[in-house]
Design a protein around this ligand. Structure first.
Ligand code: GLA
Length: 575
């Protein structure tokens, strides 16, 4: 069997120096029937390795579960990497950041009383141990010394940016080793002295994450990793976008020059991302460094392979650079074909506000969304006062739409730190549509509760006696038994069927407000007219040759037509 070790200055593959030229590709962000295609394109760009995170929250949506079906089939993904003749790096966290909801930590776990997040605390360690053992049961037989592709396993993720609990890091490494991991372990940190000191662990190779100034960064890394190979575990070649921001792009020439500098220095590299893919469903995270910013659905990342798996200018620029250091296959992927353009009329909508079916429950005070196990919910109470009054929330996480007797009164958003609005009168039905737009994935706010935090006040008095309906967004709304209505204010569900072939589509959302869309029961993700993105990517394998179903849950208002575009529109970039 081949072996992979850490030498005095290089990685050694069967005793010979080996430069890892890797690209990040998250299996959970790409339809499984597209994995082989994306991996092959990585090989054609000259990469020899594929890196992936493992998302604990997606594998374990509920305690005790470990789902490895469909898009979560890590074993199949790694076998497909091996079939392409490539190596693999696995980064199982338990925390992964990755612009993923909650940084990949399961929200149910973080609700445990007294739990210590990302530190050595018994309840947290017990859950982490069980999780890592499940992951490594898949990875263990796929390590290189057992005939598989896996050459490295990462411990935690940029831990030095969060904490300095060496006992925790050490215990994680022991759990990973104890589960039969024989390949070398690594940590990653941003290349500052503080972070590399706090996040590194003796006996585990330190690597860095950065996108520029390679020489200086490698020098800092070298101070903390005096021997062994130098590796940039995350060479940031683009960036992610947030709702309300611009679409981030970087120059292909500049990124290629940075890659060149890394490879010329003899460093190993993992390009973050090679292919970003999509934050399908409700998987996208958020940042909050004083201002809440929710990550968008597309994870295109301005990566060499775009969201739909097509090569960009950066792909060819990187391929040229790599060809100076390694053998690059002569074949290249074809350019993107245009997707079919067509319009479909949506049927009559069904209003959610007036609806009485669904998971309703009664509460004295407003519950957190977490308590309801919902990401979107309707809160309803009866007001028996009279004149105008101020409605105030402790904190809005992340958005609330306010309705009086079915008429819209206003919207409050966390991003703007909004907490109160004036009700023009206070007699009748008060309804609140409360939305969680993505859990924070970086920094101290990981794991926080969602929804209306603190009591809801009318003037100085708390409002009591709420009926609450959590809306399941994993499935398209099941409201087709209800009588369709003319357009009504508030959330509405729409449906259409259309004829198509099994090829990629781009669903336009620019004539819609804010909501979610499903194709044949699969949640494509969030859309919002604020942008930057104004199309949702529909991977071809979600479609059937023949009749397909589109369902849209719109929170505000939409034009009653679904339009499909020839190309994606990810928004305006910096001029
Ligand atoms: C860090 C994290 C990654 C990702 C990038 C930004 O490097 O380790 O998970 O969040 O930032 O895309």
């Amino acid at each position: 069997m081949p072996d992979f070790t850490i030498g005095a200055s290089d990685f050694l593959l069967d005793g010979r120096p080996f430069q890892i030229i890797s690209g990040a590709l998250h299996y959970f962000r790409v339809h499984p029937d597209c994995w082989a295609d994306r991996i092959e394109k990585a090989r054609q760009m000259g990469l020899n390795t594929i890196e992936t995170y493992v998302p604990w929250n997606l594998h374990s949506p509920r305690p005790g579960e470990f789902d490895t079906t469909g898009i979560l089939d890590l074993g199949r993904f790694l076998r497909e990497v091996a079939e392409a003749g490539m190596y693999a790096i696995v980064r199982p966290g338990p925390y992964i950041c990755a612009e993923l909801d909650n940084g990949g930590l399961p929200p149910w776990l973080l609700r445990t009383e007294g739990l210590g997040v990302r530190r050595f605390e018994p309840q947290y360690m017990a859950a982490v141990t069980a999780y890592l053992q499940s992951v490594l049961e898949i990875v263990r037989p796929l390590q290189i010394d057992q005939g598989g592709p896996v050459v490295l396993v990462q411990v935690e993720n940029e831990y030095g940016a969060f904490g300095d609990d060496q006992t925790y890091l050490k215990a994680l490494a022991e759990v990973i080793r104890g589960a039969g991991t024989t390949v070398p372990l690594v940590t990653v940190d941003q290349p500052t002295d503080e972070m590399l000191s706090a996040g590194g662990l003796d006996g585990v190779l330190r690597t860095g994450s950065f996108g520029s100034r390679a020489e200086a960064r490698l020098e800092t890394l070298r101070k903390h990793q005096p021997t062994g190979p130098l590796m940039c575990m995350e060479f940031w070649d683009g960036w992610f976008d947030y709702w309300g921001g611009r679409h981030h792009t970087t120059s292909a020439a500049d990124a290629a020059a940075e890659l060149d500098a890394l490879l010329a220095a003899g460093a190993s590299v993992n390009i973050y991302m090679f292919h970003g893919g999509t934050n399908f469903g409700l998987t996208s995270g958020a940042n909050d460094k004083g201002v809440y910013r929710a990550t968008i659905t597309s994870y295109d990342y301005d990566a060499p392979l775009d969201e739909a798996g097509h090569p960009t200018e950066k792909y060819f620029a990187f391929r040229d650079v790599i060809s100076r250091y390694a053998q690059v296959p002569s074949s290249v992927p074809a350019a993107a074909p245009a997707a079919p353009e067509f319009n479909v009329a949506l049927g009559e909508p069904v209003g959610l506000l007036g609806c009485s079916s669904g998971r309703w429950s009664d509460h004295r005070s407003v519950p957190a969304l977490d308590e309801l196990d919902a990401r979107l919910a309707i809160f309803r109470t009866e007001l028996r006062h009279g004149g105008p009054a101020l409605l105030t929330f402790g904190e809005v996480r992340d958005r609330v739409q306010v309705f009086l007797d079915g008429a819209p009164v206003g919207i409050l958003e966390r991003e703007r730190h909004e907490r109160s609005l004036m009700l023009p009168h206070t007699r009748g039905r008060l309804e609140l549509v409360v939305e969680d737009m993505g859990r924070v994935n970086y920094g101290p706010r990981i794991g926080e509760e969602k929804g209306l935090i603190g009591p809801v006040l009318l003037g100085a008095d708390e409002l009591h006696d709420w009926s609450v309906c959590g809306i399941d967004l994993d499935q398209p709304p099941r409201l087709w038994q209800s009588t369709p209505s003319a357009v009504v204010p508030g959330p509405t569900a729409w449906r259409a069927t259309f004829e198509a072939e099994r090829s990629d589509l781009f669903l336009r959302t620019d004539a819609w407000g804010k909501g979610y869309a499903w194709i044949n029961g699969f949640n494509l993700g969030r859309y919002w007219r604020r942008g930057p993105q104004q199309t949702l990517y529909v991977p071809g394998p979600l479609l059937v040759d023949g009749t397909n179903e589109l369902v849209v849950l719109e929170l505000e208002t939409l034009s009653p037509t679904a339009s499909f575009a020839a190309e994606p529109w990810l928004g305006y970039t910096d001029l």
